[in-house]
Write a protein that binds this ligand. Structure first.
Ligand SMILES: Nc1ncnc2c1ncn2[C@@H]1O[C@H](COP(=O)(O)OP(=O)(O)OP(=O)(O)O)[C@@H](O)[C@H]1O
Ligand code: SF4
Ligand SMILES: [Mg+2]
Length: 363
């Protein structure tokens, strides 16, 4: 049940009106890594939900917890030496199954079939010494009881589907024989071979040139339409967000500071950090890069997170809310309207005035 603030606005994390609306629902997710220097709170109380057929874009500076969130959903953070001490709490519901409390075997069974991930670097998902086709065949056969021949036909079909020319020939190539863009396509083919209902794409196009970027994004969009999957897209490019996302989640220091439908986030963003991001991030759809204004200051320490609002040391408006509230009280997400939520102590009047009079004219 959502409590009501003094202003009557709902307070708390956004949750879907009924669990059946969402295919993916993350509730109060925390992913902490104990280290020699202290506990790194990479994700610290994150909640969001996503329906099938919709795309949620996660944006935020380097180190804000975007990849850790995706790896946690996929159950991949537990792999590798750095992840062995991970502490995770909260809930991740995928199609009615809860993943945080699930066994590694249960999560492994879902990975590939119900959820798949594509990365910035395809070589992190593909083995360099095995033929591309064999890797796709293997990914298919893990979840389908079919002969190698049937799986090979399926692999050729997928390579064709992602736009790899002469797929019957290229299927026997090795990853290093593919160009960056073609490798990215092959990885997408591998990720989608089992028609996953959730696809997480973590900066899938960052390493590619602009033309190939656009092709890959079109591909993800087409495949999403065809399969009706839910997509989480992590990107530094707000032009991509504007083009592809239905909803946007802005992360800062392991938490969500603003979330809402893409139009609202671009047309009336309600958080000073989002204002900063809008001025500082590149856009594929704009030519000039001289308008980029970096957000001043350093990203917060995730070991000693600033008190109150974690953004306060960098926020030009930190002194505006009355008292010392921004430095002492952590702002919770408050509903702006509909699916739009923001975590900031500024009054609605101040936010509207600053955005319309000071920020928007400069962007
Ligand atoms: N295994 C680990 N042990 C300790 N700290 C970790 C571990 N994995 C990630 N971190 C830390 O968690 C924070 C969030 O990392 P994450 O990779 O999610 O950032 P990101 O938002 O994806 O950044 P980028 O945009 O650069 O990809 C970083 O400070 C990172 O150093
Ligand atoms: S709560 Fe205060 S410091 Fe944080 S973003 Fe809002 S105005 Fe800035
Ligand atoms: Mg990352």
């Amino acid at each position: 049940m959502t409590e009501l603030s003094k202003t009557g606005a709902a307070v708390g994390e956004p949750t879907p009106s009924s669990p059946s609306d969402a295919f993916l629902e993350v509730r109060d997710l925390k992913v902490h890594f104990p280290t020699d220097d202290g506990i790194v709170k990479s994700v610290d109380g994150l909640s969001f939900s996503l329906e099938k057929g919709k795309t949620l874009s996660i944006v935020g500076e380097s180190g804000s917890g975007k990849s850790v969130t995706s790896l946690a959903i996929m159950g991949l953070h537990r792999l590798g030496a750095r992840g062995k001490n991970v502490r995770m709490s909260g809930e991740i519901w995928l199609g009615g199954k809860e993943l945080v409390s699930a066994s590694p075997d249960e999560v492994r069974r879902l990975r590939g079939r119900e959820m798949a991930m594509i990365f910035q670097d395809p070589l992190s998902a593909m083995h360099p010494y095995y033929k591309i086709g064999d890797q796709i065949v293997e990914a298919y056969r893990v979840h389908n009881n079919v002969s190698k021949k049937v799986a090979r036909t399926r692999a050729i079909e997928m390579l064709d589907r992602v736009g790899i020319p002469e797929p019957a020939k290229r299927i026997d190539g090795y990853p290093h024989e593919f160009s960056g863009g073609m490798r990215q396509r092959a990885m997408i083919a591998m990720a989608l071979v089992n028609n996953p209902e959730l696809l997480i794409a973590d900066e899938p196009t960052t390493a590619l040139d602009v033309t190939v970027q656009a092709q890959i994004l079109d591909l993800i969009r087409d495949l999403q339409k065809e399969f009706g999957s839910a997509v989480v897209l992590i990107t530094h490019d707000l032009g991509v967000v504007a083009e592809i996302a239905d909803d946007v989640l802005v992360m800062y220091g392991g938490r969500c500071v603003e979330r809402g439908p893409v139009d609202e986030i671009f047309e009336k963003p309600q958080h000073p950090y989002t204002w900063g991001l809008l001025g500082s991030m590149p856009r594929i759809d704009r030519e000039t890069s001289d308008r980029l204004i970096p957000v001043k200051g350093q990203p917060p320490s995730l070991i000693n997170v600033p008190s109150g609002c974690a953004f306060h040391p960098r926020c030009p408006y930190a002194d505006l809310p009355k008292g010392n509230v921004t430095r002492t009280v952590r702002p919770e997400l408050q509903q702006v309207d509909g699916g739009h939520w923001s975590a900031c102590h500024l009054s609605a009047e101040d936010r509207t005035r600053i955005w319309t009079e000071e920020i928007a004219p400069k962007l």
